[in-house]
Design a protein around this ligand. Structure first.
Ligand code: ATP
Ligand code: MG
Length: 413
């Protein structure tokens, strides 16, 4: 038997209603803030992600699905920001009124070690806002993520962590303080961290190896070496969050896994879903549009993993959707009755009612059992007599009450 690719998932009809419910809330909340949906290609030129996500990131170095395509190289999108920025530039949207606001719900692909909450194809709700540099823009994006999580019943189960990782003006001095600190501790660092020390010191703060994480915990904090512009921005963001009643904590360990971030970075972290506890991650990326060949234009956004949202909901027993149940099941006896049942079901469906009838030729007893199993609210039994008289007994399955109905004018709406 051919099996699915490791790290991919089948989402079956008993699970899709929950996905659709969550996606519906994401769409509603995004559209209430004026974000419009963007749909992007599944693959792009590899170069876009190398330049956009960053050459020294795990995503680009180890996790991309990359293929040769003629003389070129293409990759399945590992995230949505780079593609959105490319689309903004390519379609000249930077000429429109600012801010430009986009959202997407789409699959992304990363060649990772599959675990609960970490798959190779995963679904992400993402938003990107361009051309708004104020702390109010940061606060708007964060509050959008917060209101989605709140509507899903996760307020109190996820914590907002925020940090500022500084700008090109203040980051170099921070970086060198960081390098000095970690160089002293070189002997205790893992292989990857030794490499990070050379290539991308900020990422040292992001190591998941416990001994490295313990060292990172004591490292100099970005928030202690911000320039006055970054400090003012960060303070104003904190004030805005307080004004919107969004609880947060400042967490200097957040640096985010992608290279393009500047200034504000944030994560929503769930309690108790283990290593994959980051439900949502985002931040400001003011240099990205320019570095991908566009004008100087600021940006801020986040990505929220649908599976991690669902895992957190399940962990707290939140199940807001139940499977759809038919209002009516028509049991039939014989071929004529089956055709007649089908005509009634078809009429009811046109009226917007979910109705079913026998399609597999079950016995009457088995049909009634099936009606019960699928949770039909009402049943009708139709045989030759019912066709002749044009009348049948409508049975309320919950109360077992029956009443005679006229089939020609019968309606449940
Ligand atoms: P992590 O530290 O967990 O690897 P990340 O920093 O790589 O996350 P981002 O690139 O910021 O994650 O992606 C945004 C969100 O997308 C994450 O917070 C998470 O909810 C989700 N996500 C990322 N990678 C995966 C994956 N492989 N499987 C499922 N969800 C994922
Ligand atoms: Mg990752």
């Amino acid at each position: 038997m051919i099996q699915k690719i490791k790290g991919t998932m089948d989402i079956l009809p008993d699970e899709t209603p929950l996905f659709r419910y969550i996606e519906g809330i994401m769409r509603e909340e995004a559209e209430k803030c004026g974000f419009g949906e963007i749909r992007l290609p599944t693959f792009e030129q590899t170069e876009l992600f190398v330049r956009g996500v960053g050459n020294t990131t795990d995503v680009v170095q180890k996790e991309m699905y990359t293929f040769k395509d003629g003389d070129g190289s293409i990759s399945l999108r590992p995230e949505g920001t780079a593609g959105t920025v490319r689309a903004l530039i390519e379609n000249g949207k930077y000429g429109d009124a600012m801010p430009q606001k986009y959202y997407y719900i789409m699959s992304c692909f990363r060649h990772e070690k599959p675990q609960a909450g970490r798959t190779r194809e995963f679904f992400q709700f993402g938003v990107e806002m361009f051309g708004a540099e104020t702390p109010a823009a940061d606060a708007t994006v964060i509050s959008l993520a917060y209101s989605v999580l709140k509507r899903l019943g996760l307020e109190g189960h996820v914590k907002l962590h925020i940090n500022s990782i500084g700008c090109p003006a203040c980051r170099p001095s921070y970086k060198s303080a960081l390098v000095d600190y970690f160089t002293d501790k070189k002997a205790s660092l893992c292989e990857t961290c030794l490499e990070r020390l050379q290539k991308n010191p900020l990422r040292l703060l992001d190591c998941k190896v416990p001994s490295c994480a313990a060292i990172a915990k004591e490292a100099p904090r970005t928030v202690d070496s911000l320039c006055s512009d970054c400090q003012t921005h960060f303070d104003a963001l904190c004030k805005s969050l307080e004004a919107m009643n969004i609880p947060y904590e400042i967490d200097s360990s957040i640096v985010r896994g992608l290279d393009y971030y500047t200034g504000t970075v944030f994560e929503f972290v769930a309690d108790g879903i283990g290593a994959q506890s980051t439900v949502c991650g985002g931040g400001r990326y003011d240099g990205l549009v320019e570095s991908l060949g566009g004008p100087k234009l600021s940006g801020i956004g986040f990505g929220m993993g649908l599976t991690r949202v669902i895992m957190t909901m399940q962990q707290h027993g939140i199940s807001p959707v139940s499977p759809a149940k038919p209002r009516l099941y028509i049991a039939s006896l014989g071929a004529n009755a089956q055709t007649f049942a089908l005509s009634i079901v078809s009429r009811l469906r046109q009226e917007g009612i979910y109705a079913e009838c026998d399609l597999v030729g079950r016995s009457l007893k088995a049909q009634m059992k099936y009606a019960d199993k699928i949770g039909a609210a009402y049943t009708l039994i139709i045989g030759d007599t019912e066709i002749e008289t044009g009348k049948a007994n409508l049975r309320d399955m919950a109360s077992s009450e029956q009443k005679e109905v006229l089939l020609s004018s019968f309606s449940l709406s």
